[in-house]
Design a protein around this ligand. Sequence first.
Ligand SMILES: Nc1ncnc2c1ncn2[C@@H]1O[C@H](COP(=O)(O)OP(=O)(O)OP(=O)(O)O)[C@@H](O)[C@H]1O
Ligand SMILES: [Mg+2]
Length: 384
Amino acid sequence: MSIEENPFTPSFGEIPVYLAGRREIIDACSRAFLSERRRPELTTLFSGARGTGKTALLSHLADLAEESGWISVNITALPGMLGDAEIQLRRNTAHLIDLESNLSIASVGIPDVISLSISEGEAPRSNWRSRMDDIFDQLSPQGIGVLFTVDEVDPTLDEMVHLAAVYQHFVREGRKVALLMAGLPHNISSLLNNKTVSFLRRSNRMVLDRIPDSEVSAALVRTAQAGNRSVDATALAAAAESIGGFPFMLQLVGYYAWDENPKSEVLGASDFARGAAIAQQEMTYRILDATFAELSPGDLRFVAAMLEDEGDSRIADLIERLGRSSSLVAQYRKRLIDAGVIGKRARGVVGFDLPYFRNYLQEKLDDGELLLEPVGERSSSFNE
Ligand SMILES: Nc1ncnc2c1ncn2[C@@H]1O[C@H](COP(=O)(O)OP(=O)(O)OP(=O)(O)O)[C@@H](O)[C@H]1O
Ligand SMILES: [Mg+2]
């Protein structure tokens, strides 16, 4: 068999050849799509830092739903998303429903969160919910469900909240509907604080965290196989270590390792070492810079204090180093966990989760780019 094109996908949102480490959630969702009874996985919120594979997972689940006979409507939380959802649903169901029936709409595409799309003087004839209901009425007898996937959850967007709220009505009315939403952890947390959609707190939650090294290794081998190359088994441990369980990094390392000796049948240790070095640079400007820019001065002081430990850090030590109250330190701990920068270890212990962030910070500190106030100065607020 001849060697194929590079099968790794170091881009955004592309479904990888081998989706590592998400087996359980994929199986649970597949079961839910096939089940006669309503299962909780049909309403799931995925949260994960940048590059953890939220978009890829949503796309994959939407494909699975379609294979199980559902119609999927895939949208990003942006202004106009309700109109977008409606247009997609109409297009994707055009072959199944009678468009001439009572589905007349004044203006598809204009979201009517508040205003109704009617001509002046007329009584309101339809709104987004009623038009959706009309479509569901036609799909129900055929047993066809509708899956909404919403990517890049934005809790400040009225349309996003409206969609979730209306979805709850669809569920209550016994419609065959599903809603899978994905977003950065802090956006998911704030959506859950919105009272209009408090039912989401009882929905299924799934955190996309690090992928175990064994799964990372399996993904390297399987992906290489898809391009008709094999992987030197002795190279896997170091390759997995350089990837740190981070899906985007997996694709970057694999991609650049592949290109080192694209004609060789075996990917070896030196390919991965080179690949990892190039991947690290790319990881820096595509993930680390963006994450760093979003951290507040308080967050930065917290992570800088962690650098004093060689490995993981004890919260008790951080409280002492920062000279702040345990409740304030707990707030920063939570924010950084939400941002995917750090993760919990044992009780009262945290460590860096975002691969390479530790070295990145250390370099910034050494280069004088990370200017921190002396810990003793409490006049300015830590709470920023
Ligand atoms: N489980 C996985 N196994 C292997 N590769 C993956 C996995 N999930 C995603 N990828 C790959 O990682 C890259 C990033 O994935 P994706 O764009 O889905 O991340 P994301 O969480 O949506 O990022 P962002 O927050 O920036 O939108 C993609 O190139 C994708 O092919
Ligand atoms: Mg994404």
